[in-house]
Design a binder for this molecule. Sequence first.
Ligand code: SAM
Length: 342
Amino acid sequence: MRARWSGDTWLEKVGLAVGEVPTPILETMHLPLLARALTVSVRLGVFEALAGGALDAAALAGRLGTPAGALERLLDTQVGGGMLKLQGGRYALTRLAKKWVLAGSPSSLRDSLLFAHDEWDFIAGLESYVRTGSSAPYLGTLSPEAFERSERAATMRARLVQPELLRQLPSLEGATALLDVGGGHGHHARALLSRWPSLTAEVVDLPQAFAGAASAPRLTFTAGDARTADLGRGRFDVALLSLVAHHFTAAENAALFLRLASALRPGGHLLVLEWIRHDASKGAAQADLLGDLFFSLVSPEAPFTLPALSGWCTAAGLEVRRARRLRLARGMGVVLARKAAP
Ligand SMILES: C[S@@+](CC[C@H](N)C(=O)[O-])C[C@H]1O[C@@H](n2cnc3c(N)ncnc32)[C@H](O)[C@@H]1O
């Protein structure tokens, strides 16, 4: 996956083909504006205001309480970006907007886009990171509102990856206890509980993470720091660590994997999902390398490699059954490890 320019006229197409279009200007001026215009449109509620039908800029401005002229400039960028279309002077949602942006769509990424507005501030620290090598983990710096946005964003992203993630687990027939460390929103735990009726689930996360989490029968939320919380010994048939390891250093992960292994019953499984570091020398895709940079910037030591994740499992006495990149959830990979039965 990569961002590419395509020309609208034959002259532009030829210019692009022969490298005569100054694409760095487009990338540094137009692409950031496209991204920010989308998140601002989401924050204003543009897409929901158009859910009932097409409106012209003046009518939409009346609904949103903005000046019509400035709003019209914004809306026009969304026409160029493929989220809106113009029909006789009125703006209407495209199929893309209805599927991915509109609140209420089963595949809506609205909350993810709202948090992308916060992530913009993290990206502003890129030069400092590269100059000093000191990353800027953001979790402890978020306001309560931003933390809630991050958790809601994680829920929407979890929905995308969940089918492929949960397929990695063996049958949980007869299993009775699931531990989901850093599973804040409870989305994965709820899915497993509805699939396996004998299961109960415990989600351990920072207390702020539970603000918007929906409760469910057989599901308990335990507030605690994954690095220090008491996970017990031999209590769980399966433990999940999904997109949490990047919040910790390698040493913290090694210690956490030891405690996860000890929390498992003999024969129990640990499933880890994480953003996996890519290798540019092996032709990694542009989108994946940009993801690597983002995780480097906002994490203490991530992104990690599959061998690093597998190594923490092995060092904790677990047998690695599977370690691979996912096919659909681009950039991510899983490690499935098992505690030996007696
Ligand atoms: C990217 S979200 C992933 C949420 C969920 N596991 C998923 O896969 O969608 C990272 C989660 O890790 C949690 N987390 C971060 N640091 C933590 C810590 N020290 N102890 C417990 N949870 C932590 C966050 O609160 C958040 O819920």
